[in-house]
Structures are given as C-alpha cells and as structure tokens.
Design a protein around this ligand. Structure first.
Ligand code: ARG
Length: 463
C-alpha cells in the first residue's frame, strides 16, 4: 500500500516517516484482536442502523464484507499493512477494498479509543476463560495423583526441616486450593472486563444516541460504563488480568520448586517422567528436571508484567495516550507464557510418579512424631504442654546421640525421662497412627482428606 492510501493522514502531519510508521504501528501485535474488532464493528453498525445513519441494505453489505474478512483471516489470506497502524485501521481499509465507500460510514459516532478498549475487554474475558480451563486441567492431574494417597505418608516440612507426617494427598490438595483461588481471581478479572465502554467515543461520549442496551446485548456485556473518560482510559481490567496471572505464576513456580526438590537425590519423593526431563551432555547418570526449572524461571517474567502496565497507567493523566498501545503486547505475552507453563506442569504431573515408600523412613529418621509424643504426655499423663515439650525435646536429643529413632527407644529408656511413660507411647510414635489422630476438618486425617477429595471431584467433575 502506498502512502496515499493511508487512511489516517492528518492535516498537521501529512506524511509520517517510514521510521515513524514502523515505530507507531501495532498491527504485528494487535492483529490478534481481529475477531473481537469485527464483532465490535458489527455491533456498532447495528446501533447505527437503529439511528438510520446506515441503512439496512448498507448494513447487510458491511456485514458481508466483515464476514469475508473473517473468512480470509481464517484461511490465512489477510495481509496487514503497517501504514494502517493497527487492527482497527487495517480492518476498515480491507472493508473499503471489499465493499467500497459504504465502509466509510462505520466509524461514525465512535473512536478507536473506545473501540480498542472494547476489543481488549472482550479478549481479556476470552483469555481468562481459556486460562481457567487450563488451570482446571492442571487441577485434575493433581487431583488424580492425590486420589488413593490419603494414607501415603510423606514428611511435612517447615523451614525445610521434617516437621510432622502428612499424606501425599494432603500435600497435593494444598496446591488445589491455590489454583482454585486463581480460578476465582480470573472470575474477578472477567467481571471487571465485562463492562461495555462503547459510546464513550474519543473521550467525551458520542454525538449519536447509540443504543447502549443493544451494544451490550450484541457483545454479551452485562453492564456499561458510567463515565466516558474512564471508559477510554481504564486499563484496570488488564492489570487485574496480569495480577491474576502473576499469582497463578507464583503458584506454578512454588510447585516447580517443590517438585525439583522432591526429585533430588536427597529426597527421591518424585520421579519426573523421562518425557519431561533431559540428560546431561557429559554425565550419563543424570536426569534433570528441566521442564520444572524452566517453569520456575519463565514465571518470573509473568510476574513483572503487572508492574510494567501499572507504571504505564500511573504516569498518565486522563484520558487516552498512545502509551496504552503497549498494554496489548504485555497482556498477550503474559497469556502465551502462562498458558505454556500451565500446560507443561499439567503434563509433568500427569506423566510422572510420586515415590510412596520413602516418606515413612524420612519421617522415622527425623522424629516426625515428636509432637504426637508431647501430646501423649498431655492427654494421657496430664502433663502441661510446655513441660511435656521439654521432656520430649530431651528424649529426641538422647535418641539422636544414640543414633536411634523413636520406635527404637526402649520403654525403660523413655521412663528415665518421665516415670509415668507407659507402653501406650508407642501408639503415638507410630507414623501411621499420627494422621488419624488429627481432629480438625482441614487436617491431614485421611477421613477429612477424603472428604476434600470428594469435593474436588465434584468441583472438577471427574470420576
Ligand atoms: N492502536 C491504538 C491502541 O492500541 C488504538 C487507539 C488509537 N487512538 C488514538 N487516539 N491514537 O491504543
């Protein structure tokens, strides 16, 4: 396309330099909005028909033209031009080529400012829903690993020190809770994107009495903006999208770190699938959890994206500035990076297996039932907790010196620390019994864990 066919050549600046055209153009990024942009124009045309700005016949021609553009796009036949800056001008220019001057009516009573905000809102809703689906798939793979492992003992850690026995299922469900919160966060994001801003026009509102109800209905918005200036400059919905993504990324990174640690030679609690690990170029024995390491690393760039957009927005007085053009690059990159990390994580969890026999030994070797023993003295011997804590701490020190675990300590050795200790103490030493001793609904008691698993089966509708 030559310079003359450029739609926008302003009276002030008739010809921009090609360097500027390149710099100014966003088509390489916002071509992704083509479906949204066409939907928004279709809706706007309906509103213009109601106002008789466009006749029904013209509207039919326009709609056919738009459908044909969409069709060309689906067949990969569209060639966009940088001269036409962005997706909005490119679609208008294509339409003009297809149907002629009738196309010149579509931009009546609107501006690219409300158009781009609307397109982006529709995209954010779609992207959030896709991410929710992927998060649910990941949750299903976690849930499948949790099921049947309500009694599979692993050590629970605090400060990376063996703390108390928990079950593999209980541990994995903690991640289901995180990802469920992420689903809620994306709901929040969808709710806030679901606000029609068409009718805001450039900033002050439209000179045409566009039927907002009709626009809302055509584009499936449940509400519309109260204020046109906010309409064209509100990018909070994008920031919510980035925040929600950032939190999902945080949870993915946490899970990666955990599984990398569990797959280490020192823990051996997780055998990563060979499909998702790689060998070393020099050390033949190695299997490196590269997939998880990359998830951990890539999620960092997702997390900083909300800061980038907040910085853009916070520097701007009302209303529209070209600065906003950068929002799309940020949210699109965020989406692409996040969806690939979720998909990889889902597959890693699905294809790998958790080591089920080692956890018990780790618990035994590192005195994981010491708290249960302190509670034994409280419950059965009526010793105040602070005193029982001290007695058990002394017993653990003794066991460490003797290189024994708590089940290897004889009853008379126990009695040296507290006379009233009897054989019942071994019930409290027993790692298996520790789980079912837990009383609260959120505890690692296998009965409670099974209930939570049933809730998630229902929630994710799997059998
Ligand atoms: N490509 C622009 C964007 O993404 C569209 C809006 C242009 N509006 C303007 N007043 N220059 O923000």
């Amino acid at each position: 396309m030559n310079k003359k066919s450029k739609i926008l050549s302003t009276p002030i600046n008739k010809s921009t330099s090609s360097l500027m055209d390149d710099f100014n153009s966003s088509i390489d990024v916002d071509k992704r909005l083509i479906e949204e942009d066409i939907a928004v124009t279709s809706a706007h045309v309906k509103a213009l028909v109601k106002l008789k700005v466009i006749s029904k016949k013209e509207a039919l021609t326009i709609q056919k033209g738009l459908n044909s553009i969409l069709n060309d796009h689906k067949k990969g036949r569209l060639k966009f031009s940088k001269k036409n800056e962005d997706i909005h001008m490119n679609v208008e220019s294509y339409l003009n080529k297809k149907i002629g001057n009738v196309a010149n009516k579509i931009h009546t009573g609107r501006s690219r400012n409300d158009q781009v905000a609307t397109d982006t809102r529709l995209w954010t809703i779609k992207a959030s829903k896709n991410l929710q689906e992927e998060i649910k798939n990941l949750m299903k793979s976690i849930l499948n690993q949790a099921r049947g492992n309500e009694k599979t003992i692993i050590p629970g850690f605090t400060h990376l020190q063996v703390a108390q026995p928990v079950s593999l299922a209980h541990h994995l469900i903690a991640y289901l809770e995180m990802f469920k919160r992420d689903l809620n966060y994306f709901d929040f994001c969808i709710n806030n994107s679901d606000e029609n801003v068409l009718g805001s026009a450039a900033l002050a509102g439209s000179n045409y009495n566009l039927d907002i109800g009709l626009l809302n209905k055509s584009l499936h918005f449940s509400k519309s903006k109260n204020n046109s200036m906010d309409g064209v400059s509100d990018r909070d919905f994008c920031i919510y999208f980035l925040h929600a993504s950032s939190l999902t990324a945080t949870h993915l990174s946490k899970l990666s770190s955990e599984l990398i640690l569990w797959s280490s030679n020192f823990m051996k609690l997780f055998n990563i699938s060979s499909e998702y690990s790689t060998g070393s170029s020099i050390m033949p024995q190695k299997r490196n959890p590269d997939s998880l390491e990359l998830v951990r690393s890539k999620t960092n760039s997702i997390r900083i994206k909300s800061i980038e957009l907040s910085n853009i927005v916070s520097n701007l007085p009302l209303t529209y500035f070209k600065d906003f053009q950068e929002d799309k690059r940020i949210i699109f990159d965020c989406y692409d990076e996040l969806i690939s990390c979720i998909k990889i994580m889902e597959e890693v969890i699905k294809k790998s297996n958790f080591e089920k026999s080692i956890g018990r030994d780790l618990c035994n070797n590192y005195f994981a039932t010491a708290t249960d023993l302190a509670d034994y003295l409280v419950i059965e011997k009526k010793i105040p907790f602070r005193d029982s804590y001290k007695i058990i701490a002394d017993i653990v020190n003794y066991a460490q010196k003797k290189n024994k675990n708590l089940s290897q300590i004889k009853i008379d050795e126990y009695q040296k620390f507290q006379k009233s200790i009897d054989k019942n103490i071994y019930k409290y030493v027993d790692i298996n019994k520790s789980l079912s001793r837990k009383k609260t609904p959120m505890s690692s008691n296998p009965k409670e864990v099974s209930k939570v698993i049933r809730k998630y089966i229902k929630f994710l509708r799997i059998r």
